[in-house]
Design a protein around this ligand. Structure first.
Ligand SMILES: NC(=O)c1ccc[n+]([C@@H]2O[C@H](COP(=O)([O-])OP(=O)(O)OC[C@H]3O[C@@H](n4cnc5c(N)ncnc54)[C@H](OP(=O)(O)O)[C@@H]3O)[C@@H](O)[C@H]2O)c1
Length: 305
């Protein structure tokens, strides 16, 4: 199976790199600056799971020769539309497009451009970031990739995808529940992002402030009300797990949106928070705390686009 990984940033560089390390047939689609840096320095991973420097196959837009079996889409939300245009030559009638983006907007964007059949659901659980030298730095040992047909059916193509992903050093799971898992990841990310970015502190710092736990659980309750009305409700116990997580005063938890905001980088405010507020509004679900968080993030976003 030939896989095209779009982007060699924190997630694409990490999972794509581990696949290259395991000898899988992987090519990266990169923009010129990143392609040049990787040609010069290699794809560098610094990780508690093992450091490595790799020299992967790379193409840039215009160099894509025919369709791939699968495309792993690892760009940020604000780069999605341009990336979908760029991958068009790599997408044939049998190509699977597997996004690892958080939120659910990518589902509509991929479906609109390539049809529902092209989409295979994906979730990645990892904490990675790019350092100033362009190295992919993994912040803890967690590393998991889950994927599957959005309607929960089994298929030969997702079995083939699993054969490619499996045994490459990270936990890989073919699941019939990928659509629900994508919604669950959104619940977690929207809740953590709205809490930490609005209050400018990690989860423990917010939970330790007067009224902090009430604010955090208020955000979670609004997110859950929206997802229950407009999406796929989480599995039993999921909401309570998140509730406990956001109430811990000693937690160092800091989602990537807060890490990006602290570094003055663009954030995925519309995809992670704004889209939820909009889906809630369309179903008549009021979300005053989340709406206030989105205003706050939008003001930041306007300054850091
Ligand atoms: N980082 C995490 O720990 C983590 C964990 C789980 C999920 N996620 C989600 O995964 C998604 C990706 O996040 P990330 O952290 O990997 O972002 P990132 O570090 O910014 O990497 C995205 C990469 O995509 C590249 N890119 C953008 N447009 C492109 C195009 N048209 N063609 C080729 N490459 C392109 C960028 O390259 P250049 O700008 O250098 O060209 C950049 O290196 C986000 O939705 C995020 O929420 C992240």
């Amino acid at each position: 199976m030939r896989l095209l990984v779009v982007g060699a940033g924190a997630t694409g560089g990490y999972f794509g790199g581990r696949l290259v390390q395991a000898g899988r047939d992987v090519t990266f689609l990169l923009r010129p600056a990143r392609a040049k840096a990787i040609a010069a320095d290699g794809l560098q991973i610094v990780s508690p799971n093992g450091d490595v420097v790799l020299h992967p196959q790379v193409v840039t837009t215009g160099q894509i020769a025919g369709p791939y079996d699968a495309v792993l889409l690892t760009v940020k939300a604000f780069a999605l539309e341009a990336a979908l245009a760029d991958i068009a030559p790599a997408v044939g009638p049998g190509t699977m497009i597997v996004p690892v983006l958080n939120g659910m907007r990518q589902v509509d964007a991929i479906t609109a451009r390539f049809g529902a059949k092209a989409l295979v659901g994906g979730v990645c659980k990892v904490a990675t970031t790019l350092d100033p030298q362009g190295r992919i730095v993994q912040l803890n040992k967690m590393q998991e990739m889950a994927y599957g047909e959005m309607d929960g059916t089994s298929s030969a193509r997702t079995e083939a995808l699993h054969a490619l992903m499996d045994g490459a050093g990270f936990l890989s799971r073919l699941t019939p529940h990928i659509a629900r898992e994508m919604w669950e990841k959104w619940i977690l990310l929207a809740t953590l992002g709205a809490i930490t970015c609005t209050m400018r502190g990690n989860i423990g710092e917010v939970a330790s402030a007067p009224g902090g736990v009430a604010f955090a659980t208020g955000i979670l309750d609004e997110v859950l009300a929206i997802v229950n009305a407009a999406g796929i409700p989480p599995s039993e116990g999921y909401a309570e797990t998140v509730r406990s997580l956001i109430s811990q005063k000693n937690s160092q938890q800091s989602p990537s949106m807060y890490r990006d905001l602290s570094a003055g980088l663009p954030i995925e405010a519309e995809q992670i928070v704004g889209d939820l507020v909009a889906r809630g509004a369309a179903k008549g679900v009021a979300a005053p705390l989340l709406s206030a968080a989105f205003v706050h993030l939008s003001v930041y976003q306007a300054k850091h686009r």
